[in-house]
Design a binder for this molecule. Structure first.
Ligand SMILES: [Zn+2]
Length: 164
């Protein structure tokens, strides 16, 4: 599987001085982040955090999906999460395309029909963020003592702006 050779070689270097063996899975900064899969986002570094500090859940658009809520409930009750950040970002493909446009682009790339593939596009990012923050805050298994914030990350300045 030559496709992975460079990555496995890098992993061997990574593991050579690995010192986190036996480390627990608790979020040591008490932080969970729901954000987009976008490669311009480095969720730990943008918050001054390090490995072991936070639970990170990513998907296209950084949406609070049922799976995200599942992760947050586990994070809050079993893994030390006390602060939750929901972080979509500027120039996100899920906000700048319609579902039809994404289907067309994928179909062109795949060389076959993609009309059956669902894409969870976002018509209004701020409205979606408000709904997502509300769904976390109102979740029956996420206590009011947990701080929940909705932010937009600017991929061109690196700045977070709190909206909710
Ligand atoms: Zn995105």
């Amino acid at each position: 599987m030559a496709a992975f050779d460079d990555l496995i070689a890098a992993n061997r270097e990574f593991a050579a001085d690995f010192d986190l063996g036996g480390f627990d899975g608790v979020a040591h900064a008490g932080v969970a982040v729901v954000t987009c899969m976008d490669s311009r986002i480095d969720p730990l570094r943008m918050l001054g955090l390090h490995q072991g500090d936070a639970k990170i859940f990513r998907n296209p658009g950084g949406r609070v999906t049922p799976q995200a809520l599942e992760a947050l409930v586990l994070g809050v009750h079993l893994l030390g999460v006390e602060r939750i950040l929901v972080v979509p970002h500027t120039r996100c493909a899920m906000t700048t395309n319609t579902e039809a446009e994404l289907r067309d682009q994928v179909a062109a790339s795949a060389g076959q029909d993609a009309s059956w593939q669902h894409f969870d596009v976002i018509a209004d990012q701020v409205v979606a963020l408000e709904e997502d923050v509300a769904s976390v805050r109102s979740h029956p298994l996420i206590p009011k003592t947990v701080a929940v914030g909705g932010f937009v990350y600017d991929v061109d300045t690196g700045l977070l702006e709190q909206k909710f």
